[in-house]
Design a protein around this ligand. Sequence first.
Ligand SMILES: [Zn+2]
Length: 399
Amino acid sequence: MSSKSTGLRHWRQRFNALFQDHEIFIRTHGHVRFLRISAVWQKRVALIAGVVLLAWAGATLAVLINQLLTADERAAVAQQQAAAAASEKRIAQYRDRVAETAADLEERQALLEGVAETHFGIDAEAMAAQPAAAADAAKAEPLQTSAIDPNLPPEAQALARLEARQERFASRLLAAVNIRAANAEDAVAQLGLNPAAIVRSAAAGRGGPLIPYKGRMGKAKALGASFAALEGALFRMEVLERTLVAVPSGNPADVLMMSSGFGYRSDPFTGGAAMHSGLDFRGPIGTPILAAAPGRVSFVGAKSGYGNVVEVDHGQGIMTRYAHLSGFTSKVGAQVAAGQQIAKMGSTGRSTGSHLHFEVRLNGVAVNPRRFLEAKADVLEVKNDARQRVGAITARGAR
Ligand SMILES: [Zn+2]
């Protein structure tokens, strides 16, 4: 016999000892009754009580476990909610960032389109794509593009890439504009004018008619380095190219001989020294007189000494005067092209014979027209480029 079964019997004996047959006396109204409770019965009751107790304990445990599980779940839900809130905050930040970037992009785009329309007609993109401009842009300082945050969602990164492309475009546009401005500056200097003084004077608002200068350039600095630099470069290009266009380099009459030069000479009437403020062209009466540059006819009539006079305002402070005329073919306010007939040669006023007296005035001061009429081919080429660009804008503006 094993010690295990011996132990079991010992426990059973102890258990059985708890339950012994009992007899209980119950006395009711003088009668005595015996109530016998057997050990077997007691055991059954104890067993049932035990089972009930166990069942109750089990149920309680189950409820407790259930409650613990629910707490776990509740914690999980809370965690999920916190995550959702955090993600929502992140999304809100991302949305703000995207909205901000989109607004920036829109502003830059409007600026670029404004520049393209104001300064180049539509062809700004084509102009920026010129090989020379592209090469110059490549030589220029490394691009100052906004760094693309790798933590941004893909959509925001796409916007950031667009932003970088836009700034690259502005940088190439800047290079192209700088090339044009440099060429114009060179040509203006070759014509004996002072480019720096012209730009300074224009910037101070004293330089002739207003240059169409739209766009919200005030905000340019906030939009990136290239955009800020573009502002100054465009202004320089515009002023210098318009000056080139205004320069009267066209022959005012289809005659070759210049009978009298600019400067001090002996007066044909008094014989004394007198300032001759223009050039004289000798030719038959009625020879067509041509506008030396595009502009607006600002005076038609007689002036003391000059006889019949036509004056043309070319803008940028440049004016031409045509004197001793025999007749007019233009009216005040008319827009004339370079080479367009405005009058007829004559001998009115202080004149000794049929000739044209041709004057160029820069901000009211007579200058020698010879340097404009004898402009070199390379200068005229730059001037022609400028005329095409400015002409395209003017035509668009007039429409
Ligand atoms: Zn003269």
